[in-house]
Design a protein around this ligand. Structure first.
Ligand code: CTP
Length: 397
């Protein structure tokens, strides 16, 4: 996702500098060209050679190094940079960058960079919470920097609190949002539901389905990468709550109904990717049901149709998308859902098709709208999610 992008990774003198090696390696695996610039203090924690081996590029430390390939190396580096990421950033470097002080290779290079800039402060909690540091971070935000909040935990000094550099995986998500894709959904508010619901039978058992949430999570993640503000309403899944968005955990169809309808007015685009239970036990037993006789008949009631409700209460300009899983008559059945539920787009898949079932990382979608039908090939769920978002963007214009 970072092919043809040059990331300037600034590494400064804190113990978390060792984690920057993982970060550099992960960025290279995403096909970025990674140029590492270190402060002199950072080299006390990790040698430049580590980064040179990982990135295949020279690691710059000294502005006056005579062996640089260009005459004015810091400007040449800045000109080729698509994104700056300073991780870890010490309080000292945050202060210098906030005030335009350029007294070493890193600060001079960054001062000449034009593109997006991310900074991950990492330091002792008291240093981080000091008003002067907070004021410097505010200043950086004012100058357009995205400040990535430090994680909380046990710090190198033994203190417990905020100040840890976030894990490289999280920083990568911020990098991807900043430069991986065009921000064609900027300004759009996207509400996505995902995963199964659970309908309680008694305190021990529930009715549910095989949904893993992967498709909905992929839609939410891609929408965030494309610049949208995203809220994910998720039934119980094994997936981590994704970064870059608010996740609202729910369990039952009724809870999902409440969470989605409460945000209906807020959203410009709503994607109902959740496998909402159509039926729930008519009564939930307060006590565990005991075995009694040969069989058990469980009376069920219909749950409320969330997408149907959204279709009836749509606000002007809002775009609604549903999913449809079928085992036969895919297009006919899905077209009926489009009309019955008042949706703009139905993303249909045949459960029996290879690569389109539950739990896999791929899908084979047919996109159905009033405009017509688009059959997508077997794609990763992320690639399929991008096609869905393309179609929704076209419908919202
Ligand atoms: N949906 C919903 N509320 C429900 C049930 C489903 O919003 N109570 C949404 C799903 O999130 C999905 C679409 O409606 O976007 C699926 O429609 P549905 O008619 O439930 O599909 P199936 O369950 O596949 O249909 P059927 O059971 O009739 O085969």
């Amino acid at each position: 996702m970072l092919k043809n992008k040059t990331i300037l990774l600034g590494v400064t003198g804190g113990i978390a500098a060792y984690k920057a090696a993982y970060l550099a390696s992960a960025l290279v695996k995403l096909h970025a060209c990674v140029e590492v610039v270190m402060t002199a203090n950072a080299t006390q924690f990790i040698p430049p050679l580590t980064f040179e081996q990982l990135t295949g590029n020279r690691c710059a430390v000294d502005t006056f190094d005579r062996n640089f390939p260009h005459k004015v190396e810091h400007i040449a580096l800045a000109d080729k940079t698509d994104l700056v990421l300073i991780a870890p950033a010490t309080a000292n470097v945050c202060a210098k960058l906030a005030h335009g002080i350029a007294d070493d290779m890193l600060t001079t290079t960054v001062l000449a960079c034009r593109g997006p800039k991310l900074i991950a402060p990492a330091m002792n909690t008291k240093m981080y919470e000091n008003q002067v540091t907070q004021d410097n971070l505010d200043l950086l935000r004012r100058y357009g920097w995205e400040v990535i909040a430090p994680a909380e935990g046990r710090l190198a000094c033994g203190a417990l609190g905020p100040g840890k550099m976030p894990e490289p995986e999280l920083l990568i998500q911020h990098v991807l949002r900043a430069v991986a894709m065009p921000h064609d959904l900027a300004g759009k508010r996207v509400l996505v539901s995902a995963g199964p619901t659970r309908e309680a039978i008694d305190p021990v058992r529930f009715l549910s389905n095989h949904s893993t949430g992967k498709m909905g999570y992929a839609v939410a993640k891609m929408a965030a990468f494309r610049g949208a503000e995203v809220v994910l309403v998720s039934g119980p899944t094994a997936l981590e709550p994704p970064p870059l968005m608010e996740t609202v955990p729910v369990v039952s169809a009724q809870e999902m109904f409440d969470a989605v309808t409460a945000r209906q007015d807020w959203a410009d685009i709503i994607v109902m990717a959740a496998a909402v239970a159509d039926y729930a036990p008519a009564e939930v037993s307060d006590d565990k049901l005991k075995k009694d006789g040969a069989g058990l008949t469980l009376p069920l009631r219909r749950t409320r149709d969330i997408l149907g409700w959204l279709g009836e209460h749509r606000r002007a300009g809002q775009v609604l998308c549903g999913f449809s899983m079928e085992t036969r008559d895919l297009v006919e059945n899905s077209r009926l859902k489009l009309e019955k539920k008042g949706a703009d787009l139905i993303c249909a898949n045949n459960l029996k098709q290879a690569g389109a079932g539950f739990g896999v990382d791929t899908n084979v979608l047919t996109l159905i709208s009033a405009k017509g039908i688009e059959e997508l090939p077997l794609l990763s769920k992320e690639a399929a999610a991008n096609h869905v978002l393309d179609a929704l963007l076209a419908l919202s214009r």
